[in-house]
Design a protein around this ligand. Structure first.
Ligand code: GDP
Length: 167
């Protein structure tokens, strides 16, 4: 069983994206996700998992809260890195990279898990703002897919990415 994991700060649009993917029928999820204390595993098409990692708080989240999140993610990588085919890190297009986002990118690199950044809610930006934002990421050699659940922009690219990662 390979798996694709989804992560991002709270309110970034992660549940909405998962619902879009399930509705697109690339993924027929089992009715009840397997659940550990804070991670949801959706068995998909009886072949792989979509893993819904816990969201992290806002910048002002307590240090203790951030450490708790970090520990969950670290354990997850340690236990399952060999079967994670792709991490999808969602970042709100209007916000800057947060410490937790950076930490996640570092772990992915350390465990050699490929990452795709999904820039969410791009319906909130105009064309030139969006171009500038995408360039910021590309300058750091980070692949980014601009996405909006409202306009459906980027969905096909996300699906393509997932499908090829699972092959
Ligand atoms: P989660 O906490 O990351 O799971 O975020 P949700 O999927 O629950 O979304 C948080 C809020 O953002 C909800 O009010 C959604 O309706 C809204 N939202 C999600 N995706 C988009 C998007 O692409 N564009 C806009 N404008 N709002 C979105």
């Amino acid at each position: 069983f390979g798996e694709i994991c989804f992560v991002g700060r709270s309110n970034v649009g992660k549940s909405t994206l998962l619902n879009v993917l399930f509705n697109k029928k690339i993924a027929r999820a089992s009715k009840r996700p397997g659940k550990t204390r804070s991670i949801n595993f959706y068995e998909v098409n009886r072949k792989y998992y979509f893993v819904d990692l816990p969201g992290y708080g806002y910048a002002e989240a307590s240090k203790k809260e951030r450490q708790r999140w970090a520990l969950i993610i670290e354990k997850y990588f340690e236990n399952r890195a060999h079967q994670i085919k792709l991490s999808i890190l969602l970042i709100d297009c209007r916000l800057f990279l947060q410490e937790s986002d950076k930490m996640f990118l570092e772990w992915s690199e350390y465990f050699q898990v490929p990452v795709t950044i999904v820039l969410s809610k791009v319906d909130k930006l105009n064309q030139s703002e969006l171009c500038r934002k995408v360039r910021e990421f590309e300058k750091q050699n980070l692949e980014v897919i601009p996405y909006s659940a409202i306009t459906k922009k980027g969905i096909d690219r996300i699906i393509e990415k997932i499908t090829s990662a699972l092959q």
